[in-house]
Design a protein around this ligand. Structure first.
Ligand SMILES: [Fe+2]
Ligand SMILES: [Fe+2]
Length: 261
């Protein structure tokens, strides 16, 4: 069984987000804020997918992992929804409205996937998303840029990234258990990543337009490491169960365990 602890934590987001920053800094913060905007739609979709998968999972250990995965994702998106309220508040009506319109499109997509797509597709989407975010979280951990203190929203980032690493095996193992096909994992997983990233771009562009700014995103060592980790997920031998916890992640998880209700 994967070692997954469900931590009920609620962060508060009172500090206003400082958008009066350099174009480079703006480029560095809009991506994470865009990611936050997707979470109250993406993560409930993952939970619905796991709920459907649970009806077919015959391995009780994997079933327990899937339940804990869903509980972790549930706490993630509830915190992101609070951060997103704060993000929207900082834009004038038109900007907040534009963000709402993208949120509505994303929710419509995910509700449609749950309603009309096969479990095979939805499980592959979940694994495609999890593989990509785990690649990014591992890169951030390896480069010591896990410190949420540097991003608007603060500690939500360290907590969320550490738990994404903690539950990294679940979507992959559920996919392997119920579907198994390598070509389909790559095909549907890559489509899922394209679909998801296109929304990240829309949210980021929307915020930049509302601010009347043109953010700059220079390539950083973390981004290069994330790309390297991501390319490894394309290997037929890829198995997140073989990835060791990077240094410092266990300490973070322990810290959040002590903060949890
Ligand atoms: Fe999450
Ligand atoms: Fe996750």
């Amino acid at each position: 069984m994967a070692d997954i602890t469900v931590r009920k934590i609620r962060f508060s987001f009172e500090e206003p987000i400082d958008f009066e920053v350099s174009d480079e800094r703006l480029g560095a913060i809009l991506g994470p804020l865009a990611l936050s905007m997707t979470m109250p739609y993406l993560e409930p979709y993952l939970i619905r997918t796991m709920k459907a998968a649970l009806k077919r999972i015959s391995d009780p250990v994997l079933a327990e992992d899937a339940r804990r995965f869903s509980q972790q994702e549930g706490h993630h998106y509830r915190n992101h929804a609070l951060l997103n309220d704060q993000i929207r508040r900082q834009f004038a009506d038109a900007g907040a409205e534009a963000l709402r319109a993208i949120e509505s499109d994303l929710e419509t997509d995910y509700q449609r996937f749950t309603r009309t797509k096969s479990l095979r597709f939805n499980v592959a989407y979940a694994e495609g998303f999890e593989a990509m975010t785990c690649a990014g979280a591992l890169a951030a951990a390896e480069h010591g840029s896990f410190d949420g203190g540097t991003l608007p929203g603060g500690e939500i980032w360290g907590w969320h990234m550490a738990e994404e690493i903690e539950h990294r095996t679940v979507a992959f193992n559920v996919y392997r258990h119920l579907v198994g096909s390598y070509p389909y994992r790559i095909l549907a997983g890559t489509w899922a990543q394209w679909h998801y990233v296109s929304y990240i771009r829309r949210f980021a562009r929307c915020m930049a337009d509302a601010l009347g700014r043109t953010p700059v995103t220079p390539r950083s060592p973390v981004q290069r490491a994330a790309l390297r980790n991501y390319l490894r997920t394309w290997s037929p031998r890829y198995d997140p169960g073989k990835i060791e916890l990077p240094a410092g992640v266990q300490e973070l998880l322990d810290r959040y365990s002590s903060m949890a209700a």
